[in-house]
Design a protein around this ligand. Structure first.
Ligand SMILES: *Cc1c(COP(=O)(O)O)cnc(C)c1O
Ligand code: SF4
Length: 323
């Protein structure tokens, strides 16, 4: 039998030195940046990096570098107002009809551009008491039709925790959909085993899973099998990407990403402009350039393969289209 996903997670790369050893690389990185936001990469993801290439777009997403330490005007700790939108412990309610639960602070991979890299997860640790408060909030607001599980990464919760939580959510009569925001199918595909698929789909809610692939190569290896299992279990699969300098800021890469996603039955949903969180300025692509890329995508792809180009602006009632 293959190893279980917890063992795989534990055997992931926990230092840049280990990953460099594996990739046969000796490139610059910043130990100090890795102290501020720890380094973490599962082996299944590192498998899809190109050995010996210091500019690999998958590597760039996880490599702590000197640029993270520079401060830049406008790059702050909480760029999208998450702390203000906390309506109960771990529960963000910004938009009408849908609310988002931060179920855990843990992730299988640590992405350097993450907009939640400074979120105070410890303060919203999802204990049973806090879970009850969040569920009470959801039960009272009958306008809600969708609950989003986010984090961190919700699919790092144990099967038992997830089954219990989803059972409670499905018992709230006005909820219709369960949405899961996760990178796990891409970075730890072994997690998408039969029991988890049953838990995610075996209830009355419709399940939508939004994966987060930024580059077509992230869809290689065992990821195809994981996504097929999810599709076969009846889940609707969408992708959100972040537009990232030197990762996916080219028309060809973005076209390939859309095509690859659709090969796996995943529809492109959002292409986000970077949230301006401290330490991420080197990833930013300007709005003008983003618009040009988006226009070029429209000229090359069928409409359903063109993701919506959006940016989150604090206080707005939905993610804002960039146009
Ligand atoms: C992004 C986000 C959502 C989802 O927005 P959609 O436009 O429905 O994808 C919901 N709640 C919060 C707090 C969000 O940040
Ligand atoms: S929340 Fe998502 S983007 Fe942020 S570090 Fe975790 S997996 Fe990466």
């Amino acid at each position: 039998m293959s190893k279980n996903w917890q063992a795989e997670l534990a055997e992931g790369f926990a230092t840049v030195h280990e990953l460099f050893g594996y990739l046969g690389l000796a490139a610059a990185f910043s130990p100090e940046a890795a102290q501020r936001f720890p380094f973490r990469v599962p082996r299944a993801y590192a498998l899809r990096m190109r050995p010996g290439d210091p500019h690999d777009p998958l590597l760039r997403q996880v490599l702590p570098i000197e640029e993270e330490l520079a401060s830049h005007h406008g790059f702050v700790s909480d760029p999208v107002g998450d702390r203000h939108a906390l309506k109960a412990p771990g529960l963000l309610h910004k938009y009408r009809g849908r609310a988002l639960l931060i179920t855990t602070g843990a992730c299988a991979i640590h992405c350097r551009y993450c907009f939640r890299r400074e979120f105070p997860y410890a303060e919203s640790q999802f204990t049973p008491q806090r879970e009850k408060k969040a569920l009470d909030y959801l039960a009272v607001d009958t306008e809600l039709s969708e609950i989003i599980l986010s984090g961190g990464d919700p699919l790092l919760l144990s099967d038992a925790r997830l089954a219990h939580l989803i059972g409670q959510l499905a018992a709230i009569p006005h909820l219709r959909r369960l949405r899961i925001h996760t990178r796990v199918p891409l970075v730890l595909p072994s997690r998408m085993e039969g029991r988890l698929l049953e838990i995610l789909s075996g209830h009355r809610l419709q399940t939508v899973v939004v994966i987060h692939a930024n580059h077509p190569r992230e869809l290689g290896g065992d990821v195809g099998g994981a996504l097929a299992g999810m599709r076969d279990a009846g889940m609707t699969l969408l992708n959100q990407a972040v537009l990232l300098r030197q990762v996916n800021d080219s028309v060809q890469t973005l076209c390939d990403l859309s095509e690859c996603l659709f090969d796996h039955g995943v529809l492109p949903y959002y292409l986000h402009l970077l949230d301006r969180v401290r330490g991420t300025a080197h990833f930013e692509v300007s709005e003008a350039e983003a618009l040009e890329l988006h226009e070029a995508l429209r000229r090359r792809l069928p409409g359903y393969l063109v993701p919506r180009l959006v940016r989150e602006i604090e206080g707005q009632p939905y993610k804002q289209a960039v146009s």
